[in-house]
Design a protein around this ligand. Structure first.
Ligand code: G3P
Length: 214
């Protein structure tokens, strides 16, 4: 299972990169806006830190404009993955990128049928939004299970990239459901390390070592 960091903040990416298990980065227009910098500058900087898939989202909403914008983003670095919204134009543009060997991440997926369309058009990644489904009283994790089962039924190679992850239980449940990737904010990645018994145990070990080495 790959772990992606969901942020455009360079200091967060530098911090997580030191842990050694970050495989890629996802961004979206809201995350880029939080940085106060241009998308081009942010993506270029991320590519210098993480050698893995870096998702950059188009803001165009019409197929031809998406293709033009996405093709320019793909020129920034070989690791850039073009993020497209799950609309008629986005799915159509996805097919163009697939046919031109440019990797895609189809985003804003909230149903298994939407995920099926992305896979049929050769998306590299599909991004179902767990947390936002949970927010409206639907079962986000159920969607991950459904997409996994459908992709496995037909041998689709599109990777299930669980997004809108809000806490560490989401990460564990995604792993159990067979998601290929989980993208998460730094806060959630930090939660994965934590268990109170680890802290208590380490403090005890250090205290005992200090007593025996007086
Ligand atoms: O990048 C897409 C996704 O991870 C957004 O998450 O928390 O804004 O629903 P969130």
């Amino acid at each position: 299972m790959d772990f992606f960091l969901d942020t455009g903040i360079i200091s967060e990416i530098e911090q997580a990169a030191k842990w050694g298990f970050v495989d890629g980065v996802t961004t979206n227009p809201s995350l880029i806006a939080q940085t106060g910098r241009s998308q081009k500058d942010v993506i270029t900087d991320i590519c210098k830190i993480i050698d893995g898939p870096i998702s950059a989202e188009v803001i165009s909403t019409e197929r031809e404009a998406m293709i033009k914008e996405g093709a320019a983003l793909a020129e920034l670095h070989d690791n850039v993955v073009i993020k497209l919204p799950l609309t008629e134009d986005g799915i159509s543009a996805c097919k163009w990128f697939s046919d031109n060997d440019i990797r895609t991440n189809v985003t804003l997926c909230f149903s298994a049928n939407q995920a099926l369309l992305a896979a049929k058009n050769g998306a590299t990644y599909i991004s179902p939004f767990l947390g936002r489904l949970d927010d409206v009283g639907q079962d986000g994790m159920q969607l991950i299970h459904e997409i996994r089962a459908i992709y496995d039924n037909y041998g689709f190679t599109t990777q299930v990239l669980a997004a809108s992850i809000r806490h560490s239980i989401h990460v564990k449940d995604c792993a159990l459901a067979g998601a290929d990737v989980a993208t998460m904010p730094l806060k959630v990645m930090k939660q994965l390390f934590k268990h109170p018994l680890t802290d208590i145990g380490l403090n005890q070990f250090l205290a005992d070592h200090a007593k025996s080495n007086k």
